[in-house]
Design a protein around this ligand. Structure first.
Ligand code: 5AD
Length: 355
């Protein structure tokens, strides 16, 4: 890396912080020519941007992985339909409510109900579940993350009391989408779902894996461009990590290094976005979640699922669910965040974006 290129990337980082955007060509250069100096510069500027909007507060979300049945067959995912080794489970409403009660006692004010696309959880059952959570926890935010559904279904669940919805776009490039998913899945439908969600009034989250198979640096620029234009309230990114029982078992995993670099760029492009330091980031590298927060993230999502099912929601090999990833060890998380100068917040942590 020549000194000249290093200087150029640092100047691009500064311009991004000033203007909140760069041309696609400049973003590509910032990513392709990344180096220790540009990473350091982005980290500092993104940290300042996050602090201006959210201060040193880290929001927590209690993640309840309530079913690992899935009708989809995504090539990267450990709970894909075709993985016959996956041990399937489905929590019933009362068990999910029990998780929420435990979470509430611990201090969680957002519950994220996440699952595979499980046909058993049709609109009627999901609506019943959401209404029960809403009734018992009127002051908590409910986030749903159960994949692609019809607009009518999204409307019904919103009316039942869901506040937020997470649906990663996975990649903003159709040809790349088709490398990650079987032909029966549709890029256009996924994008339509995201538009519907936002239009209905959900605080909406999108996101992608970093260095998923076939992803180019140009594809990452397309992801950034899409996110800048879509203006989601939340963005979840984490490194692709291979899973031994999927078609991508031999594929190379993504790095924490590029993931945190992108976190900083995203923070500078969308200063108000809610940006988690994800479990995948923590799994890719020891201390990865701290690096994520130091790079501009402001959310963490500890696991609130019953201990007995945590190991069954294996999206990728070695997925963490113990230590400070476990909701019941919030003290460890407080310590971890405290050690880098951050405080775990106990409010709902709604988006500061205006829509
Ligand atoms: N590595 C990293 N992330 C994964 N996801 C699914 N499988 C993997 C994997 N092998 C992510 C997808 C999905 C989210 C729930 O988990 O982006 O949207």
């Amino acid at each position: 890396m020549s000194l000249e290129r290093e200087k150029r990337t640092v100047r691009l980082a500064e311009k991004l912080a000033r203007e909140g955007d760069l041309s696609d060509g400049e973003l590509l250069e910032l990513i392709r020519d990344r180096n220790e100096a540009s990473a350091r510069c982005l980290r500092r500027l993104a940290g300042e941007a996050r602090d201006r909007v959210y201060g040193k507060k880290i929001y927590i979300r209690g993640l309840i992985e309530f079913t690992n049945y899935c009708r989809n067959n995504c090539f990267y995912c450990g709970i894909r339909r075709g993985n016959e080794k996956a041990v399937r489970y489905r929590l019933k409403e009362e068990e999910i409510l029990e998780c929420c009660r435990e979470g509430f006692e611990l201090g969680f004010r957002t519950f994220v109900l996440q699952g595979g696309e499980d046909p058993w959880y049709n609109d009627e059952r999901l609506e019943h579940l959401v209404r029960a959570v809403r009734r018992e926890f009127p002051d908590c935010a409910i986030t749903l993350s159960v994949g692609e559904r019809s607009r009518e279904s999204y409307e019904r669940l919103f009316a039942a009391g869901v506040d937020r919805y997470l649906l990663r776009h996975e990649t903003a490039v159709k040809s790349h989408y088709e490398m990650l998913h079987p032909a029966e899945m549709s890029f256009d439908h996924r994008m339509q779902c995201l538009r519907d969600l936002k239009d209905i009034g959900y605080q909406t989250g999108c996101g992608m894996m970093v260095q998923s198979p076939g992803q180019t640096e140009e594809d990452l620029v397309a992801d950034l461009r899409f996110m800048k234009e879509f203006r989601p309230h939340m963005i979840g990114i984490g490194p692709f990590l291979s899973h031994k029982d999927t078609p991508f078992k031999e594929e190379k995993s993504g790095t924490a290094e590029l993931t945190v670099y992108l976190l900083s760029i995203i923070r500078l492009m969308l200063p108000e976005v809610l940006l988690p330091a994800t479990t995948a980031l923590g799994t890719a590298e020891e201390g990865g979640r701290k690096l994520g927060v130091l790079a501009g993230a402001n959310v963490v999502m500890p696991n609130l699922s019953p201990a007995g099912v945590r190991k069954k929601y294996m999206l990728y090999d070695n997925k963490l669910s113990g230590g400070s990833e476990a909701a019941e060890h919030l003290d460890l998380l407080r310590e971890e965040m405290g050690s880098i100068g951050f405080e775990v917040a106990v409010d709902r942590g709604d988006s500061r974006m205006d829509g």
